[in-house]
Design a protein around this ligand. Structure first.
Ligand SMILES: [Zn+2]
Length: 75
């Protein structure tokens, strides 16, 4: 259970827009940050290391467009 099949294991995440499961490396991770003006907005976490709740978006232009209107991260 512990060491088997771990080697090529790719973490899979789901695009919050189209709900497709994809390898993490094929998704863009966004993290919500609070700006100095107190506004909460998502920023692209290119290194995928920022703390906080991450939102994964696939590379589809359609999902990027819809993510701009996506409000789930405001909660
Ligand atoms: Zn998507």
């Amino acid at each position: 259970m512990h060491k088997a099949i771990r080697k090529n294991h790719t973490p899979v995440r789901r695009c919050v827009i189209c709900r497709t499961n994809l390898p993490k490396s094929e998704l863009n991770r966004y993290v919500c940050i609070k700006t100095e003006s107190g506004e909460i907005k998502p920023v692209l976490d290119e290194e995928q290391v920022m703390p906080g709740r991450g939102y994964y978006i696939c590379n589809s232009p359609e999902c990027e467009k819809r993510f701009a209107k996506f409000r789930g991260w405001r909660k």
